[in-house]
Design a protein around this ligand. Structure first.
Ligand SMILES: *[C@@H]1O[C@H](CO)[C@@H](O)[C@H](O)[C@H]1NC(C)=O
Ligand SMILES: *[C@@H]1O[C@H](CO)[C@@H](O)[C@H](O)[C@H]1NC(C)=O
Length: 312
């Protein structure tokens, strides 16, 4: 792959989560600052990403248990809630919208141990009161770093949003087998009981309906499945991208095949331009870094860089 030059991969080791994402060249100094605050990850933690559920880009989701699916919908959903305990300590909901055809996360609403948090691109409210970042109140710490807003609740919940397309929920292991929502039941077993329950397959439509929550005044209907254009299967292209020199350290840490699947869907949706797969590669890179890998810089002027026209 010409677009991934080995020389460009020599710099920038250990870049924690979103610092890899969408950095203009001028942000180099910021990376250094961020790296100084962050512990250097030396040991591999292949299981670490089990605590993380994420949604990104072209309506992709990865559950705590590692199931990937796509849900193109502008409706409001429960992403994760503690539904099986005697008391619901947290409930995290979110909604997407498309701006000029690009899906982003419009709003995240959370109940975290009784505090109501409402987050969108312009504001953060806690119990209906406006706050500016950073702040620490009601057992919640919220801050903005160079590339994401992070909200951490003492009870063992961390939410990270890049203020664009990507949202992460990280839960303490004590919540295993206690959760509901699009992020699944966190039981450590793929597919069960999200998409296979009591001996029966659960359809994505049924799953989605279960966790859809309409607001008091809105009745959102998921639009019917998007145009299923036939598109060339770009599995080789996606596989090459995610196996490139920038991601060598990710090979044994991340479920690469599922990301390749997501990338293939992205290219199909974008009519074989690579515009939408940039977010999937970014997510791959973030998850790799979080799992203890050291993804290198992969964006170039031709590939997902600021001014690339993103056609291969
Ligand atoms: C959660 O449920 C799974 C599947 O039933 C079980 O194997 C696992 O041990 C449970 N984990 C905890 C922490 O209860
Ligand atoms: C998709 O690409 C084909 C071939 O390049 C072009 O003819 C068509 O107009 C494109 N469709 C859209 C929706 O961009």
């Amino acid at each position: 792959m010409r677009i991934m030059r080995a020389a460009e991969m020599l710099l920038e080791l250990v870049i924690p989560w979103l610092t890899i994402c969408l950095l203009p060249p001028a942000a180099g100094t910021v990376i250094v600052q961020t790296m100084r605050q962050m512990p250097v990850i030396t040991e591999l933690r292949p299981t670490h990403n089990e605590k993380i559920c994420s949604t990104w880009g072209n309506h992709h989701f990865k559950t705590f248990d590692g199931d990937f699916f796509q849900l193109p919908s502008p409706c409001n959903y429960i992403l994760a809630s503690q539904c099986k305990g005697t008391y619901e300590h947290f409930n995290i909901q979110f909604q997407r919208q498309e701006i000029n055809g690009v899906p982003i996360i419009k709003r995240v609403t959370m109940r975290l141990d009784g505090a109501e948090v409402e987050l969108d691109k312009t504001s953060i409210k806690v119990n209906n009161e406006h706050f500016t970042l950073p702040f620490s109140r009601y057992g919640i710490t919220a801050e903005r770093t160079v590339s994401y807003v992070k909200i951490e609740a003492k009870l063992g919940v961390v939410i990270m949003w890049n203020e664009e397309d990507a949202l992460w929920v990280e839960l303490d292991a004590k919540f295993k087998n206690q959760t509901c929502g699009l992020c699944g039941d966190y039981n450590g077993v793929q597919v069960y009981d999200e998409f296979f329950k009591e001996g029966k397959t659960v359809s994505l439509d049924y799953f989605e309906e279960t966790w859809k929550v309409n607001g008091p005044t809105e009745d959102c209907e998921k639009s019917s499945v998007q145009d299923k254009q036939t598109c060339e299967n770009q599995i080789d292209l996606c596989s090459n991208l995610l196996s490139g020199p920038a991601f060598l350290s990710c090979n044994n840490l991340i479920d690469k095949d599922s990301f390749i699947g997501a990338c293939v869907k992205d290219i199909c949706r974008c009519n074989s331009s690579t515009t939408c797969l940039c977010s999937t590669i970014s997510e791959y890179s973030r998850q790799c870094a979080h799992a203890g890998g050291t993804p290198h810089k992969w964006k170039t002027a031709q590939m997902c860089g600021k001014n690339s026209n993103q056609n291969i």
